[in-house]
Design a protein around this ligand. Structure first.
Ligand SMILES: [Zn+2]
Length: 373
């Protein structure tokens, strides 16, 4: 329920590049740098921490407040201002204005549809448990067979080049998956066991060369291989917003707080107490100082709001600029809040990729849809 403090939103993602998020360790076997997998199923995933790191960095970039990107701490403290949407959303560590817990958490991104070449053209495989985890229950298929729609091929076999799938029954992907219909008719259902085998046999394995930092040339014997999720892999993740403070600094709220503080109203006093800038036992002089400090924060963050939105996807900018606010509210009940900050950050991963910021990874992903669950 959007009017509760607790909101959960599901994001559907598609990889635009081969995406590699490494485990940071070497694995004996096929490749030098393997990607992160779920224990149990052995299916690749993108850890939520990597996604949160990227979302934070890009949201901070979009809001033009680079000091609030990254992990914070002594060397590069976040601003920590209660007026900062980045720090409000992701929390702040040793902020200049204090530390606070964030209001969102981002789950791991898990596989939904995995692309494979077949003699009938590209297909996307999925499995009963994969669909059920996503919220689509009740799909079954026999252990070593597959289900697909006859629109894909009328034959009873599907040749993946290295594996011949036999048809179990006519099966159609459910309609509620928010996936383009061109892909929907190409989704093939296989058992969980077969799914894991197909995925793990079809990961991209690429070869790269390490560069010697001293010479700028290829280091000797420095060829290494790494695994990656192929392009056009569909994944999903959940963002949970636990906005316990209910005090997200929207542009409107900042403007109102500014007015309250300038007028030195009762509201101003409440605000200063809430932000631990002033208490009753302090004197008037301290109150004046606290008021000035709070006004400085607000002016700073209002300024950043005014700069934001100059980056890609102007239609889905920092604050949604698609329609007038009333219309937008009807279409999407969460107008401005922590989840919008996350979305604004994740959107940039379409251009800049995930990885960096302490994660061993790279590759662009695109947010295809998101909705409340
Ligand atoms: Zn901040």
């Amino acid at each position: 329920m959007s009017n509760n403090l607790y909101t959960q939103r599901r994001f559907l993602l598609m990889t635009l590049d081969p995406v590699h998020i490494g485990t940071g360790g070497y694995r004996l076997g096929r490749v030098d740098l393997s990607i992160v997998r779920e224990p149990g199923t052995n299916l690749p995933k993108i850890p939520g921490t990597s996604l949160a790191g990227a979302a934070r960095s890009y949201a901070a970039m979009r809001y033009e407040k680079p000091q609030c990107a990254g992990q914070g701490g002594r060397d590069q403290p976040h601003c920590g201002q209660p007026t900062c949407p980045i720090c409000y959303t992701f929390g702040s560590v040793r902020g200049t204005a204090g530390g606070s817990a964030g209001t969102i958490s981002i789950s791991d991104a898990r596989l939904l549809f995995f692309p494979v070449h077949s003699l009938a053209g590209p297909v996307w495989v999925t499995s009963p448990s994969t669909l059920a985890d996503f919220g689509i229950e009740g799909h079954q298929v026999s252990e070593n067979k597959a289900g697909w729609n006859s629109a894909l091929t009328r034959q009873n076999r599907l040749n993946l080049g290295w594996l011949m799938l036999e048809k179990d029954s006519d099966w159609s992907a459910p309609d509620d998956t928010r996936v383009p219909k061109e892909i929907k008719s190409r989704i093939v259902l296989v058992s969980d066991k077969l799914f894991s085998q197909i995925v793990n046999s079809n990961l991209e394995v690429r070869t790269s060369v390490s560069i010697d930092p001293r010479t700028g040339a290829a280091a000797e014997g420095a060829l290494f291989t790494y695994e990656a999720l192929p392009r056009a892999t569909w994944l999903w993740l959940d963002v949970v917003e636990d906005d316990y403070r209910r005090d997200f600094p929207t542009r409107e709220k900042l403007a109102r707080w500014k007015q309250d503080l300038e007028q030195n109203s009762d509201e101003a006093e409440k605000l200063l107490k809430r932000w631990s800038l002033w208490k009753e036992s302090d004197g008037e002089k301290q109150k004046e100082e606290a008021r000035n400090k709070a006004l400085k924060w607000i002016k700073d963050d209002l300024g950043h709001y005014n700069q934001a939105g100059s980056l890609p996807s102007p239609k889905q900018g920092w604050q949604k600029q698609t329609q007038n606010r009333e219309e937008a509210k009807q279409e999407d009940p969460i107008q401005e809040g922590p989840i919008d900050v996350v979305r604004a950050g994740l959107q940039l991963a379409e251009y800049l990729g995930i990885g960096g910021m302490g994660t061993r990874g790279f590759g662009r992903i695109k947010v295809m849809a998101d909705w409340e669950v």
